[in-house]
Design a protein around this ligand. Structure first.
Ligand code: 4AZ
Length: 229
């Protein structure tokens, strides 16, 4: 996060941290953020998995505020399997979305607590207020209109309808390195809805250059199809 401020996990209980375990030696490194969308499913960005990890190398932590500081009430899961979008394009990050299934012996995986809770997916008809304040883990950004979310605004890179732009008009808060796969949420009727997945950008917090997010509303059918095998 560029700019932004401290945020406790209880304020963003759908935020997940995805780690990769080393193959030989004990230990792990942080890979990407993720978003809990139901007891056993986490969304993330496809580009996080370009190295082709096997599911058993991955570990998901829920309920942890600081990614390097384990907490008493956190919940850890192995990954049963994961799916990267079939049309993910590593050249331009089109379809930058992946689904991970948490491994559990029981029917449920994550248990809802003060620090672990799924985000709501938008319904196809979810209409956002004209001017809405969006919250990604620690920063506050506004959705940019499509007219300010084009190739011209983003260093001549490809921008598709599967992407959303959001930024801080004061050009302070922005997603940055390490935030990928994490959520862009918006409050509506007292609930937080997942609007975007942190995907890419040209630098961080630069004046008039928004961050780019996967447009979750374009993937509601894909999520439905891939979470109901
Ligand atoms: C990154 O490297 C990254 N400012 C994510 C988002 C943005 C920039 C970089 C947007 O994961």
């Amino acid at each position: 996060i560029k700019g932004g401020s401290y945020a406790d996990i209880a304020a963003h209980p759908w935020q997940a941290a995805i780690f990769v375990k080393y193959r030989r030696v004990p230990g792990e490194h942080f890979l990407c953020g993720g978003i809990l969308i139901s007891s056993c499913w986490v969304l993330s960005a496809a580009h996080c998995f370009e190295e082709g990890f096997s599911a058993n190398q991955l570990k998901i932590v829920l309920g942890r505020t600081s990614r390097a500081t384990p907490e008493d009430n956190e919940q850890q899961f192995q990954v049963k399997s994961y799916t990267v979008h079939q049309r993910y394009d590593s050249e331009n990050f089109n379809n930058d979305i992946a689904l991970l299934q948490l491994n559990s012996d029981a029917e449920d995986c994550a248990i809802e607590t003060d620090t672990v809770r799924a985000a709501c997916l938008p319904t196809p008809a979810l209409h956002l207020p004209k001017i809405s304040k969006f919250v990604s883990p620690e920063g506050h950004v506004r959705l940019f209109p499509a007219s300010q979310c084009t190739t011209q605004h983003l260093g001549n890179r490809t921008v598709t309808d599967n992407m959303l732009c959001a930024g801080d008009t004061r050009n302070l808060d922005d997603a940055c390195k390490g935030d990928s796969g994490g959520p862009l949420v918006c409050m509506k009727d007292d609930r937080m809805y997942l609007i975007g997945i942190i995907s890419w950008g040209i630098g961080c917090g630069r004046k008039d250059i928004p961050g780019v997010y996967t447009n979750v509303s374009r993937y509601l059918d894909w999520i439905q199809d891939n979470t109901n095998p």
